[in-house]
Design a protein around this ligand. Structure first.
Ligand code: AMP
Ligand code: MG
Length: 284
């Protein structure tokens, strides 16, 4: 078992959504299960990045050998929660060959003409891959619910539809790791301010993000319903306090490591006669 200093135990246990919990009570600047500071967290992230990278290679090697299993990281969170940072700084630590990242924005005309899971199905990872969803099918019970983009009679059944969809994924070998990143309203304001103050961050700024802040309570309600209704045994939600970027990155790295270790992978055996090939090479 690799070193996991700083964590008191299983990270997925420490972060798992507890039934009966309230979104308004989430400590967005917390670091549940971790007793180190920022410097310790950053040092550990570099070390654990190596482990993540090894495991990803193992998954990829098995995929190449015909193993159908994969891992899908589902990232949800309000603007500025740091979803993009997870893709760059966590997923960025592994070989991009084995990663399939998809981000889901406002649906196109074509996407709207189909069932809400249509665009999602197209992006699910193949055997050996780590898939990452930057936003996901959950937008269809979040932004859609908050802004009444479809009537309640349409979004309400989606919780159940999503649960069955994720059960199907599990049955087909996809381990789904769901991470809901939570920033405070104040921290979001600071991050939006930074996007306005720094030309290298303008590209992330969207004037509509300010309007969305006015809907914060409605989003909290929608996140509450999402956690209450779609955190199930096979596909639990993890609550990621995201005011401290170093913590959210470390936590999600560890969730991925735990998921990959849970697959119990080993290097696939050679599909050739190793001794014979060595002898041939010696003579070549
Ligand atoms: P960003 O992640 O900053 O690029 O923003 C993507 C935007 O697309 C966000 O405002 C999302 O709420 C929005 N979005 C994503 N999925 C949907 C959806 N199914 N319906 C409507 N808006 C969506
Ligand atoms: Mg945005």
């Amino acid at each position: 078992m690799a070193k996991k200093s700083g964590w008191s135990g299983s990270v997925s246990e420490a972060l798992r959504w507890r039934p009966g919990g309230l979104v308004q009570d989430i400590d967005t600047s917390g670091k549940p299960g971790f007793d180190g500071d920022k410097a310790a967290g950053e040092a550990l992230l570099a070390e654990r990045g190596e482990r993540l990278s090894q495991l990803q290679e193992l998954l990829y090697a098995n995929g190449r050998a015909g193993d159908h299993r994969s891992v899908l990281l589902v990232l949800q969170g309000m603007d500025t929660a740091g979803k993009g940072g997870i893709v760059r700084h966590v997923i960025g630590m592994v070989d991009p060959q084995g990663v399939k990242t998809a981000s889901f924005g406002k649906p196109t005309e074509e996407e709207l003409a189909h069932d809400f899971l249509w665009r999602i199905h197209q992006q699910t990872p193949k055997g050996g891959q780590i898939g990452v969803f930057d936003r996901s099918h959950y937008e269809d019970v979040l932004v859609v619910r908050v802004h009444d983009l479809v009537p309640q009679s349409v979004w309400e059944p989606r919780y159940g539809i999503i649960n069955s969809f994720e059960e199907d994924l599990a049955a087909s070998g996809v381990t789904v790791v769901k991470a809901a990143m939570f920033v405070s309203l104040d921290e979001q304001k600071k991050r939006l301010q930074e996007r306005l103050d720094r030309p290298d961050k303008y590209w992330k700024y969207n004037p509509a993000d300010i309007d969305e802040r006015g809907y914060w309570p409605k989003y909290q309600e929608a996140y509450q319903a999402m956690l209450d209704r779609t955190s199930v045994d096979g596909a639990p939600w993890h609550v990621i306090p995201a005011d401290r970027k170093w913590f959210s990155r470390l936590a999600i790295t560890e969730l991925l490591i735990e998921a990959l270790e849970g697959l119990g992978l080993d290097w696939p055996p050679a599909d050739f006669d190793v001794e014979h090939e060595k002898a041939r090479l010696a003579d070549a």
